[in-house]
Design a binder for this molecule. Structure first.
Ligand SMILES: [Zn+2]
Length: 359
């Protein structure tokens, strides 16, 4: 079991890691290093990380635990003669919020160099342009190069370079608040790694295999591949989930900060197995672990491919509430992450062949 300080450090390290969809190597490396003590770890060519508890015995029902390693960011589309760059999104963000944000652009040597998302300054805009929202095509990324040649020779930046929000995670100990980027799903990765750590010390009736899957933000592609490698009987997918407690009417708030992990009944990608979901919610209530529930009109998770794979895999989502996901700066708490771990660990401890059969 990690200490409070170790958990804080892990969340900070995961948040700070550069890992937009398709370029998750740094996150996979953190996962491997952290999990090696209690798991056998392998990594596939997509950079999906597979972690098998060292205490697995085989010939027992298999629980799959997942969290995705990628984050929302950008990719360089084209280099302009003036040395600035056009870019596209990896995952979906709110485009109007992007200009003036700092980013890190990876060069050919794998180094991340600082840059800024820019748009035409107001001084040079026409009256008509001033009142208008800006599209992605009106923006550019500028690392300070003076020409395409300068960018290539002195910065080593090429087409298709990945671009990450340049944000450093902070933790306010007194108020238990993280501010940083990529808590979707790095706080889920932290919950996953800590759950595995605690589960390896327990006497279980099941085996546990976990993944840190890539490319969730561009259409759950890592999990689409991982389902071929894991013959799971049930799955728990961690998420960093959008908190709605700062703009929804009270009766619609389903994911609030400090109210515990959120278990999602429904979204665009999955109708959650109602029996497994009930089992998890009842267990939370019985043990006094705070839980929230949601029914979402949009969104999706890795549950999409996992629950519909093989013979059908009962899957639940355990989401850590995160305010302002898919933007450069987000907020979450250690308390919610720890409660997500607690719930997941208790669920796995309570699972056995007979229980799983009933799902
Ligand atoms: Zn996510």
């Amino acid at each position: 079991m990690r200490t409070r300080e170790e958990m804080i450090q892990l969340i900070e390290d995961l948040s700070n890691a550069n890992g937009v969809s398709g370029f998750e190597d740094e996150v996979a490396e953190i996962g491997r290093k952290e999990a090696e003590a209690y798991c056998d770890v392998t990594i596939d060519s997509l950079r999906n990380t597979y972690m098998e508890l060292k205490n697995n015995k085989g010939r027992r029902p298999k629980v799959w635990m997942d969290a995705h390693s990628d984050e929302v960011g950008y990719i360089i589309q084209a280099i302009k003669p003036n040395g600035t760059m056009n870019f596209l999104e990896l995952g979906r963000s709110e485009v109007s919020s992007l200009p003036t944000n700092k980013v890190r652009v990876m060069n050919k040597d794998g180094e991340y160099l600082p840059g800024i998302i820019t748009s035409k300054p107001p001084h040079f805009m026409t009256e008509a342009e001033l009142g208008k929202g800006r599209a992605l095509s009106d923006m550019a990324i500028d690392v300070g190069a003076t020409s395409a040649q300068d960018l290539k020779e002195n910065f080593g930046i090429r087409m298709a370079a990945p671009v990450v929000p340049d944000v450093t995670c902070t933790y306010d100990e007194k108020r238990d608040l993280f501010m940083g980027k990529a808590f979707d799903c790095r706080v889920g990765c932290a919950a996953l790694l800590e759950s595995l750590n605690q589960l390896n010390a327990e006497e279980l009736n099941v085996d546990v295999t976990a993944t840190m899957t890539v490319q969730e933000e561009v259409g759950e592609r890592g999990s689409m591949a991982a389902v071929y490698n894991i013959d799971a009987d049930v799955c728990i997918a961690f998420e960093g989930c959008p908190a709605d407690d700062t703009f929804s009417p009270d009766y619609m708030i389903q994911t609030a900060l400090r109210k515990g992990p959120m278990l999602r009944h429904f979204d665009c990608s999955m109708i959650t197995n109602p029996r497994f979901q009930r089992f998890a919610l009842d267990l939370g209530e019985k043990l006094g672990i705070p839980v929230q529930e949601s029914v979402r009109s949009g969104g999706g998770t890795n549950g999409k491919y996992i629950h519909a794979s093989r013979h059908g895999v009962p899957t639940i989502i355990i989401g850590v509430p995160v305010r302002y996901i898919h933007s450069h700066n987000a907020i979450c708490t250690l308390e919610d992450c720890q409660n997500a771990v607690k719930l997941a660990v208790e669920i796995v401890k309570a699972l056995d062949a007979e229980t799983i059969q009933k799902f």
